[in-house]
Write a protein that binds this ligand. Sequence first.
Ligand code: CTP
Ligand code: MG
Length: 382
Amino acid sequence: MTDLVAVIIPAGGSGERLGAKIPKALVQLAGKTLIEHAVANMAPIANQIIVAAPAGFEEQFKDLLSSEVTVVTGGLTRTLSVKKALALVEKENEYILVHDAARSLASTDLAMRVIDSLRAGEKAVIPGMPVSDTIKRVDGDNYVTKTPTRSKLRSIQTPQGFTRKLLMKVHTSPDDATDDAALVEERGVDVKVILGEERAMKITTMNDLAIAHNWLIPGADKQIRVGIGTDAHAFSQDSNRALWLAGLYWRDEVGVDGHSDGDVAAHAICDALLSAASLGDLGSNFGTSDPKYAGASGSQLLSETLSRVTAAGYSINNVSVQIVGNRPKIGPRRAEAIAALSKSLGGVSVSVSATTTDGLGFTGAGLGLSAIATALLIHNPR
Ligand code: CTP
Ligand code: MG
């Protein structure tokens, strides 16, 4: 039988620096509390899990967690919370991992690597990351007393793994420490540092919570909004009608009928931008009944749309449009089209592609042009 592992999760802190009105472990992160995340990540490797809850919140913790998780009342310090949980560890567990609830996203894989190292013979194993800041020791008056060599420093995380016997022994000491390894070091026992992971970061402030959220839902911090738009116009019977497409005038091509200049590419982009910003569509913004927009050029409508999405608090990440039709051939003027559309949108990234429809549909029959566009907007928090 492989050696069994107990996991102790001190979650008895109040989370003062986070500033929520509830204990930090009960704060929500993408639909689950921090303690639920921590327990879920450790459960696959645990034979027993003991959580130290803040006094008065034990029942709330029990309601959130599976009945297989033991909940104890935490102590006044982290060290005391660990001690209380330690008293309930079953003897059948060869190893104990101590893991901060505040490092809610530390992975099962990291816990596995800590255990592997214990199984390979280490008695105390802790994850650590190289530090990027230079760290200085200061005295009580804030004068620097020492600058340890940065390459020899590690920023320490949890879960920290120990043999049960060693952790029990070091916790007989009344000393307080910010992590359990410190108690082991005091006894002169070797503590092995293995490589930690970024997602084992400690959630201390609101900014940390936002970073953790971004680990779970990449891009969530950016509030990305996608939009779609299409447009179609029939080629005119009037062979003198000018063709405007993708912000360009196309000499020797017959234009399309329409209330405006009939630029399907520009119109599809406007619709995509308005839809991404939930601002309605071309019709509801620049209706045919409004004389102001009769005969409006595609680039005028793009500029006006840009002002509206900007006023609504969005910036444009990129815009993409595909023109569907037999002619004109877009390829030779693609760069010009991109430049013209981008200019009307304040210089954003635009891509222009084109296709025929293999003779099918009204575009295939050469009766008209259509376009389909997508836009990606980023909401700028005020
Ligand atoms: N902890 C604990 N018992 C305490 C204090 C802290 O079990 N008396 C736990 C916390 O719940 C947390 C871990 O120890 O999971 C690390 O502590 P920290 O990140 O400092 O959390 P808090 O003490 O809750 O936060 P703050 O210091 O901002 O109040
Ligand atoms: Mg604390």
